[in-house]
Every structure is written in C-alpha cells, then in structure tokens.
Design a protein. Structure first.
Length: 352
C-alpha cells in the first residue's frame, strides 16, 4: 500500500481522519487533521481511508523533503500514543501487579502533553505526614516517573501535593506558581481508569492543570492587590511557614534559587531576629541595612525584575537609608516610594 502526500488516512487508535503531509524521522509521519492541526504519528498507526481492511503489508512512503520535528526529550520506547487535543499536565498511576493479579504498588507518572517546559515539585503525604518528595524539570510532550504509591497506602488518606512553574522562553524566568493537593479516595480512585497519554496503557489518570491555567500570565503587582494594612500584612507574613525544598534533581542551583526566592523582604526587626529586645537600639538600623544589602545582592544575582523593600513609615530613617543604598547600585533601574494598595507608604518598589 502506497502512502503519498495528500493520501487520506484514518488514525487506527482514535478514528480521526487526516491527510498525509510528509515522512519524518524516527518512524513518524506528519498528517494534517480535519481541524487543520498537523501532528506526527507512528507509521503503523494509520491506514488508508479507502482500504476495506488493514493491510498486513507495511506501507511504503514516498520520500519528500524532510523537516525537523520536535520529539520528546524523554521518549518512552514503543509508545504509539498521539495527543490530538492537549490537556495540560496530568498524573497517571500505573498499577504493578503481583503474581496473584492484585496490585502491589502504582508507578506515578507526571505527564506533559503541551509544548512547554516546566519545573515541578511533587510530594506524597500519608495521614498529613510527608513520606517522600521529588522535583525536576519536565520537557514538552513527554512524561517522567515521579514516584510510587503502595496499594495498601490507599487506606492511609494519601494526598499528593503538586507545584509547578512554566519556564518562560529566552531565559526570562518562570511563570506563576500553580499548586494542587490531590486527595486520593479509594472509592473514586478506581473509577479513573483510562488510557494515559504517552504511557499508552490503562492507568488511573487525573488532570492537574489545564492549558489555560498553565499559560496564565503573572499579574502585575498593582493588579488585584488586597487592601490590607501594613501591620496586618507583616504579621501574617511572619506567621507563614517557609517552603521546604529537598531532593534536588540535576537542575542548576540558581534555577531553584530563583523559584524559591521571595520578591519581598520585610525589614521590621521582629522579622530579622528571634528576640528584638536583645538588639541595642543603636544597632537596629545597621542590622536592617545588612539584611537589605544581602537581599539586594541575591536579587541582582538571580536576575529578578522587581522587588519590594518593606520598611514601614516611622520617622523615615530606614526609608532614606535604603534610598541612598539604591542610588549606589548600578543594577537598579528605578525605585519609588508611592502609595501601594497592600503596603501603603511603607515599602519601596525597586525595578532592576
């Protein structure tokens, strides 16, 4: 059976109708769907539309001019799954069975059927206690085995916490942080059985983040700012727990530093030392400026675009000292101490 450019074919696994565009490398063929999308498929996953029955003879292709095609950075050999309508990020639980046919444990795969790179962090909690955590970089149109879940652990109130950031093009940092706590309930877990993308087999599949969510841009600092007093904000920030980062997986250290780095620093003394009463009054300003200088050095090194220095209002001594320090930093493009919906006049916005 001869496939030439323009041949009308049907995708065996999905039933979609398409036309052959060209032959690609790695055993793939480019076909154009009826909705206009052009996708790569495996050679033996299509059949001529005018054929009554699939031929037992492999099709021959007329070799045309080849074009480069983007392939998964972490391909899984033997997979013939083609994503026709990308869904975003998904989590698949692939059962590994014992000799008696019952599940022993589940391999957990994080699946990305988009064209973008992501940083991710994934952790398993049993009875609200973290048992393991992992993180890494996920390439476009691929998947990665991110962990495992024992069959018996389904009765231990398992929750999987997923965080991810889209890597922006041209080394412009990361997009907004997305977080989801996926609570696994046995009664519903076994109803999620379906064919998982790229895994190309039956697994328990959960959608995590849609393409719309993944592509949402970071809001500017002035958008949707809650009207909160500076005193209330600093108290709340001081009570928030710091995120824990563990099990670093072959990523440049500065990438994770940037992800974890806060674009705000609160220079109130209560946020800098455990016991403010032990700090001499004459040393307070010096201590605050030390923290300010260290923070700015890190922000500049990591390439941040904007930071906020929270100094309060008071007599203005700290604010003025910060302004003087910023004047001496050539990396600072501009700064301003104007009214802000969240900080009032108690913070300086710095553009780097």
């Amino acid at each position: 059976m001869l496939f030439a450019k323009g041949t009308k074919v049907r995708l065996i696994h999905t039933g979609d109708v398409a036309r052959v565009e060209e032959m690609l490398e790695h055993g793939l063929v480019s076909v154009r769907l009826e909705d206009g999308d052009c996708i790569p498929v495996m050679q033996d996953s299509i059949v001529r539309l005018d054929a009554d029955t699939p031929s037992s003879v492999k099709a021959k292709f007329i070799q045309g001019k080849k074009k480069a095609t983007h392939l998964p950075i972490e391909p899984f050999a033997g997979s013939q799954y083609t994503v026709l309508k990308p869904q975003g990020l998904q989590l698949a639980f692939d059962p590994v069975k014992k000799a008696d046919g019952l599940p022993d444990y589940y391999r957990i795969f994080l699946i990305n059927d988009t064209q973008h790179f992501f940083l991710y962090q994934l952790a398993l909690l049993l009875h609200k206690q973290e048992t393991w955590a992992t993180k890494g970089k996920l390439g476009p149109r691929t998947m990665v085995e991110a962990g495992h879940l024992k069959y018996s652990e389904l009765n231990d109130s398992p929750t999987i916490n997923i965080e991810n950031w889209r890597l922006l093009p041209e080394n412009k940092g990361t997009g907004r942080r997305l977080f989801k706590a996926l609570k696994l309930k046995p009664a519903l877990f076994f109803k999620k059985l379906t064919t998982a993308p790229y895994l190309n087999k039956q697994a328990y599949l959960y959608p995590l983040f849609s393409i719309k969510e993944l592509m949402q841009k970071l809001p500017s600092p002035s958008e949707n700012e809650p009207k909160e007093s500076l005193q209330s904000y600093t108290r709340r920030r001081g009570e928030e727990q710091q995120e824990s980062w563990s099990n670093l997986q072959e990523l440049p250290h500065e990438v994770w530093e940037r992800v974890a780095f806060d674009n705000e620093i609160d220079l109130h003394l209560s946020n800098l030392v455990e016991d403010p009463s032990k700090v001499e009054k004459g040393s307070i300003l010096h201590l605050q400026l030390e923290h300010f200088n260290d923070y700015m050095s890190q922000a500049i090194r990591l390439g941040l675009d904007k930071v906020f220095i929270i100094h309060g209002v008071g007599e203005g001594k700290l604010r003025d000292a910060i302004a003087k320090g910023l004047d001496g930093m050539p990396e600072v493009v501009s700064y301003k101490n104007e009214y802000h919906a969240r900080f009032g006049y108690g913070a300086t916005e710095v553009i780097l």
